[in-house]
Design a protein around this ligand. Structure first.
Ligand code: UDP
Length: 314
């Protein structure tokens, strides 16, 4: 008997991660319905899918009721502004998509008897006092600070997801996504990867915030999406960190970008934004154990591809 073609809904399908996820699902034989309101997503990220009979696109705000005729096996909830600059500009939309949008996406999954995966974030750990961050850590978040709209929306989204899991028996998954980079990031989204690369490529000073001793750990997008796909197919319902544990200070990271772009630029220091986490590195023991996953793409290789993408954009 022929196996039924799986059907997925991706919210935020025109975003950086949503569009890469959509590509992977199509490559693995899914039909995909992508939803996006283009608040931070871009039509360029899905333009190559025009004419693909397995891809359908709906322009909609996912905080509004989601009506779909078709059967759905998987709901991947990726819609949300995700850069600090974006959620500072759209704090209410960020809170709404994390709360009302997650409610609608969970409602759709429940109604269709589909599996649901929430794109959560390392931001739920806030400015972490535990290092590296394990999934058991409850976090250190300033609810009323500038990042509170994102952090609390995602914390609420996790709580709602677990409530649907426990109360309605929806098969849910939660991925906590750590800093990720790759092609299709927006040049001006304010995040450190596009900022440093575009500065280096145009020989403008690299703007390191604070003293640059704060750390991040960067995962290449293809690694991240593979981990997330495995999580959806697993039967593990508690949150799982997906990220690359290779940790760098922002000064070290600026050095990597200067080296990789062969730029003649210099570093300048700028004020540290409020509540900027001082350290971040995923503990990926659970991903290794339950998903048999770990990152494959070294920083130099990932940066090469990302820089090639940005060369055409600057
Ligand atoms: N950052 C920086 N210069 C920039 C943009 C960001 O030094 O032009 C720093 C920022 O202060 C933070 C880190 O880079 O410590 C990562 O910032 P990003 O906005 O990419 O994401 P975050 O991990 O803070 O959510």
């Amino acid at each position: 008997m022929k196996r039924k073609q799986p059907s997925s809904v991706v919210t935020g399908a025109a975003g950086f991660l949503g569009s890469h996820l959509t590509d992977l699902l199509l490559a693995r034989g899914h039909k995909v319905i992508g939803i996006d309101n283009f608040i931070t997503g871009s039509v360029d990220n899905i333009a190559h899918l025009g004419g693909n009979p397995d891809f359908k696109f709906i322009q909609q705000d996912v905080t509004e009721f989601l009506f779909l005729d078709a059967p759905v096996d998987y709901v991947w909830h990726f819609a949300s502004p995700a850069s600090p600059v974006d959620y500072l500009e759209f704090p209410i939309q960020t809170l709404k998509v994390g709360s009302l949008g997650t409610h609608k996406a969970l409602g759709l999954a429940k109604n269709k008897n589909a599996r649901f995966l929430l794109a959560s974030t390392s931001e739920i750990y806030g400015d972490p006092l535990v290092h590296p961050q394990t999934e058991e850590y409850w976090g250190n978040v300033n609810t009323i600070g500038p990042r509170g709209c994102y952090d609390e929306a995602k914390r609420f989204a996790e709580a709602l997801t677990m409530a649907y899991h426990r109360e309605h028996k929806v098969k849910t998954r939660i991925v906590r996504i750590f800093n990720t980079y790759g092609p299709r990031m927006r040049l001006h989204d304010g995040r450190v990867v596009p900022a440093f690369i575009s500065q280096a490529l145009t020989n403008k000073p690299i703007t390191v915030f604070g003293d640059g001793k704060q750390t991040r750990s960067f995962c290449y997008v293809s690694d991240l999406i593979e981990g997330i796909y495995r999580l959806m197919l697993s039967d593990y319902a508690l949150p799982v960190n997906i990220g690359n544990p290779t940790e760098l200070t922002m000064v070290q990271f600026a050095g990597e970008i200067i080296h990789a772009t062969k730029s003649r630029t210099k570093i300048v220091f700028r004020p540290l934004p409020q509540d900027d986490p001082k350290q971040r590195k995923p503990d990926i023991t659970k991903a290794r154990k339950f998903l048999k996953w770990e990152p494959q793409v070294p920083l130099a290789a990932g940066l090469k591809k990302t820089i090639a993408y940005f060369r055409d954009k600057v």
